[in-house]
Ligand binder design. Structure first.
Ligand SMILES: Nc1ncnc2c1ncn2[C@@H]1O[C@H](COP(=O)(O)OP(=O)(O)O)[C@@H](O)[C@H]1O
Ligand SMILES: [Mg+2]
Length: 110
């Protein structure tokens, strides 16, 4: 993963969430990403998980640059390569626990 810059915009103000981030994770390696609140940990995980895209630079997974993937390829990338436990569970509040599980299963079939 090599990210010179992954940028959010609040109004007209650009916020560089990841600046000069460059690292490699080998297959089978167990990695902890540690940093202060606001350092960019969630942004890294969202990009690696195919839920967000980098503003510039490259993210190689198994030799392929996932920043070049279109929505369709990102969807299959997420389905086949990514397991994600959300920090705040991302449950739908008006559904029961069982309905939330069924909903997740339906979404994964897409
Ligand atoms: N959707 C967003 N819009 C604007 N700024 C954001 C957004 N998400 C994160 N940021 C900003 O990007 C920086 C990194 O955030 P984040 O990746 O959530 O950090 P961490 O997970 O390490 O706490 C912070 O300055 C945060 O305020
Ligand atoms: Mg976070």
């Amino acid at each position: 993963m090599n990210l010179r810059r992954s940028q959010y915009k609040i109004g007209d103000v650009p916020i560089k969430a990841l600046n000069g981030v460059d690292f490699t994770i080998s297959e089978g390696e167990f990695v902890v990403i540690l940093g202060a609140s606001g350092a960019g940990k969630s942004t890294i995980l969202n990009i690696l998980g195919g839920m967000d895209t980098a503003t510039s630079e490259q993210v190689f997974v198994n030799g392929e640059d996932i920043t070049k993937f279109n929505e369709k390829r990102l969807t299959s990338y997420r389905g086949e390569n990514v397991g994600f436990v959300f920090q705040f569970y991302n449950l739908t509040p008006n559904l029961t626990a069982l309905e939330n599980v069924e909903f997740a299963a339906e979404v994964c079939k897409i």
